[in-house]
Write a protein that binds this ligand. Structure first.
Ligand code: ZN
Ligand code: ZN
Length: 184
């Protein structure tokens, strides 16, 4: 697609991937009494090497478990579940970091950089997760299909056949390259 396009899905069921994420967050919260994504933010900030950028309200990093070499997450710093909870300044900071990250993608290999971007928020009209405000946390996940200027990171046998992701590159290295592109 040579132009950006957006799709909004409203499912009659909870998709499996989202359910997995919600269940993991819920389990973590019941064991530790803390939000897993708040803890992820804190650990990434301490470790530094996978962080691309941050402002007062959001932090962007490539988590160690990403399926894709440039699979950035943008996460709110405050524990918030969805867009409707953001203040005006948070909305402005989200727009700034989003523009910065997508700009860094285009700078990375000096070409238009394709990506899929998904917004994960607390589910609505869903009795099973009506308490998700406690343990689920707004974040954006990117799935860019490139691993180099003209090389694709294929979704290959391991991913297709076993749902076992194989990221061919070290995220500490791709984070460094993307951070440099962000600064340019
Ligand atoms: Zn949180
Ligand atoms: Zn997610």
């Amino acid at each position: 697609m040579p132009h950006p396009h957006g799709q909004l899905y409203a499912y009659s069921f909870l998709p499996l991937k989202i359910k997995e994420e919600l269940d993991s967050c819920k389990e973590y919260y019941s064991k530790k009494g803390r939000c897993m994504i708040c803890d992820m933010n804190r650990e990434e900030k301490e470790f530094k090497e996978r962080v691309i950028a941050e402002n007062d309200s959001f932090i962007a990093y490539i988590p160690f478990f990403t399926d894709y070499p440039y699979g950035v997450f943008i996460v709110s710093k405050n524990h918030k579940g969805n867009f409707t909870e953001f203040t005006d300044i948070e909305k402005l900071h989200l727009a700034e970091i989003l523009k910065g990250i997508t700009g860094a993608f285009d700078k990375l290999f000096d070409r238009l950089f394709p990506y899929m971007m998904c917004i994960h928020q607390t589910p609505v009209n869903c009795n099973e997760y009506e308490d998700s405000k406690d343990y689920y946390h707004f974040h954006i996940e990117f799935y860019p299909p490139l691993r180099d200027k003209n090389r694709i990171k294929f979704y290959a046998s391991s991913e297709m056949g076993a749902w076992a992701a194989c990221n061919p590159l070290s995220v500490e290295e791709t984070a460094k390259t993307l951070r440099e592109a962000y600064e340019r």
